[in-house]
Design a protein around this ligand. Structure first.
Ligand SMILES: NC(=O)c1ccc[n+]([C@@H]2O[C@H](COP(=O)([O-])OP(=O)(O)OC[C@H]3O[C@@H](n4cnc5c(N)ncnc54)[C@H](O)[C@@H]3O)[C@@H](O)[C@H]2O)c1
Length: 331
């Protein structure tokens, strides 16, 4: 299939591009233009894979650019976004421009170019702190950060295109994803990189919130499953493990299972404001199992530890680990 992936230079997008090429698809990868000519994580993937990919650099906020590059495409996976919650406190309008207008540009291009499947990437942050668990797709939406608000807006716009124009749109809603290539703004890389730099005291924020972590291989598989399903138009589908763990318990696994010795220092800069903190996320993945036939491989505490091991190994292999800055202050 002819597939366009936006956000291909990022963490999940780069893994998705690799897997689509391995499966024999023709992939066009949107990367975010910069004057250094960097193609983000695509610069690090297997040369045999990258030579199969048509890489286009640009900006998702540019309607004409998105539209011109969506011609002769069958499926769009839209992952480009601004994703850091702390940064969304400082620069909320840029989140509207990228996440809402960027998604509008994708939807509009899909409509103009008769794209047969448009997959929009949401986030579990749209639910806010769980009111009931597990969180089904019908759970209320509650934006506790400008990031979450921008993603809710983008999701609603996508659904409106399905309802108003019959555009074949699907919302994939990943819960926290982790694995190789994730930036240190996220909690697991923040913990790992501080420890690997031989820090005996690591700085973290609130330790009590729980998250439902999915290993990136499983998340990517969830996206890929949409290619084969014909029951997904207008649907919103959680991709999560149905397993929750607190940040405190992750640090205990690092100590007990992986043998790292460290103390935790509470860094007030990394604590989200009380009303903005999402205290609990635990996914129902019944719908993904039923309509996508998706089954995560890294399940429960055992699967989480296996994913963590692979992530630690990957960070250990990074020659430039000293450049990884662990200044993230959210989950
Ligand atoms: N990582 C997670 O835990 C997680 C969880 C739920 C949802 N998501 C969603 O998954 C998607 C991918 O997230 P990720 O973790 O890979 O993040 P990422 O930051 O690694 O990837 C996002 C990519 O979008 C690109 N981008 C940003 N602004 C752009 C613009 N104006 N034009 C073109 N490209 C632009 C960035 O350069 C980046 O490579 C996002 O939509 C995010 O909201 C991620």
């Amino acid at each position: 299939m002819n597939i366009l992936v936006t956000g291909a230079c990022g963490f999940i997008g780069s893994h998705l591009v690799e897997e689509l090429v391995r499966k024999g698809h023709k992939v066009k990868a949107f990367t975010y233009y910069n004057s250094r000519g960097s193609r983000g994580w695509l610069d690090n993937i297997d040369k045999r894979i990258i030579k199969e990919v048509n890489i286009i650099s640009g900006d998702i906020r540019d309607n004409e650019f998105v539209n011109n590059n969506s011609k002769k495409i069958e499926v769009i996976f839209h992952l480009a976004a601004l994703i850091g919650i702390p940064y969304s406190y400082h620069a909320p309008k840029s989140y509207l421009d990228t996440n809402v207008i960027g998604t509008y540009n994708v939807l509009n291009s899909s409509k103009m170019n008769n794209i047969s499947k448009t997959i929009i990437t949401s986030t579990s942050e749209v639910y806010g702190t769980a009111k009931s668990v597990p969180i089904f797709e019908e759970h209320s939406l509650n934006a506790q950060s400008p990031y979450a608000a921008s993603k809710i807006s983008a999701d609603q716009l996508a659904l409106s295109f399905y309802r108003s124009y019959n555009l074949p749109v699907t919302i994939i809603r990943p819960f926290n994803t982790f694995g190789p290539r994730q930036s240190t703004r996220a909690i697991i890389p923040t913990i790992i990189t501080q420890i690997l730099k031989n820090k005996k005291k690591i700085k973290l924020g609130n330790l009590s919130p729980t998250r439902d972590f999915t290993f990136v291989e499983d998340t990517v598989n969830g996206f890929i499953k949409t290619l084969k399903s014909n029951k997904i138009n207008g649907q919103t589908i959680n991709i999560g493990n149905n397993f929750e763990i607190s940040i405190k318990d992750i640090t205990k696994i690092m100590q007990k299972d992986f043998g790292y010795d460290f103390e935790i220092i509470l860094d007030p800069k990394r604590v989200r404001k009380k009303n903005s903190e999402v205290f609990r996320l635990l996914a129902s993945n019944k719908k993904a199992k039923k309509i996508l036939n998706w089954k995560p491989k890294y399940t429960g505490v055992k699967g989480f530890k296996l994913g963590l091991k692979k992530t630690i190994e990957w960070f250990k292999g990074q020659k430039n680990l000293k450049d990884y800055i662990s200044n993230s202050y959210s989950i």
